[in-house]
Design a protein around this ligand. Structure first.
Ligand code: BMP
Length: 261
């Protein structure tokens, strides 16, 4: 099954080329850690890419929170990604009709499709949200993660919603690299990656803001994460490089335990 098959074997089963590439990066860096780079200045974003970069397979941005965004920032991010061998994911959570998301993906000041290997998408609009994104990127190696379940308290993803979302993912294996979800039964296909946020060594939640955290072991062993997303656990640490190293080691050990069980 997906949970016990090693990443190396799964890379051969991935249909989306970015998923295959990501799996290979994970194996070569021994990292199933994605850092959520939720910082609001270009210099902090780049310094995080430099400090956490060696320990992550994926660098997840919310590019619209950067106060001093410029095209140079994208050049710097791409250079860091190449230097440290990680992929870039813009966590845009597209959630509109196909035509609108095709513009949001490729136009505006951020021109996301020109640099982000991966983006996140809410399946709420139906299949058109994916066909819209695909229509903006002919010939580029791009992919998306479908957000089918969220980590936040009281989120509205019912079992029905999750099941229908997975049906949508099956129709677009060329573009869907993986699934953002919280439970291990959701993703069966070994060619798809499960990305799971809500990971912390120190906290159970973030107070009244709704985030809910699990430990690295839980997220990989019980909740089925292939890649764990860590934001504040790393970026608010006194030493982000050291924190990234610690999360990477714990998450990779949990993955090795999972595949050997
Ligand atoms: P933190 O580890 O600081 O709580 O950050 C989690 C990150 O993952 C944030 O960037 C958030 O946007 C994202 N995220 C999440 O927390 N839950 C989800 O269900 C989906 C997300 O993308």
């Amino acid at each position: 099954s997906r949970l016990t098959l090693p990443f190396t074997a799964r890379a051969d089963q991935a249909v989306n080329p970015v998923a295959a590439k990501l799996l290979k990066v994970m194996v070569s860096k021994q990292s199933n850690l994605c850092v959520a780079a939720d910082v609001t200045s270009a210099s902090r974003l780049i310094s995080l890419a430099e400090s956490a970069g060696p320990y992550v397979c994926l660098f997840k941005t919310h590019i619209d929170i950067v106060e001093d965004f410029s095209p140079q920032l994208i050049q710097d991010l791409l250079a860091a990604a190449q230097k440290h061998n990680f992929l870039l994911m813009e966590d845009r959570k597209f959630a509109d009709i196909g035509h609108t998301v095709s513009l949001q993906y490729s136009q505006g000041i951020h021109k996301i499709s020109s640099w982000a290997d991966l983006v996140t998408v809410h399946p709420i609009p139906g299949e058109g949200v994916i066909t819209g994104l695909k229509s903006a990127v002919t010939n580029l190696h791009r992919g998306c993660f479908l957000v089918v379940e969220m980590s936040s308290a009281g989120n509205l993803a019912s079992p029905n919603y999750v099941a229908s979302s997975m049906e949508i993912s099956k129709k677009h294996p060329d573009f869907v690299a993986g699934i953002v979800c919280q439970t291990s039964g959701t993703v069966q296909n070994p060619g798809l990656l499960q990305l799971t946020p809500g990971v912390s060594l120190d906290c159970q939640n973030d107070g009244h803001l709704g985030q809910q955290y699990n430990s690295p072991e839980d997220i990989v062993m019980s909740r089925g994460a292939d890649i764990a997303v860590v934001g504040r656990g790393i970026i608010q640490a006194t030493d982000p490089a050291q924190a990234a190293q610690e999360y990477r080691a714990k998450l990779w050990a949990a993955y090795e335990k999972r595949v050997s069980s």
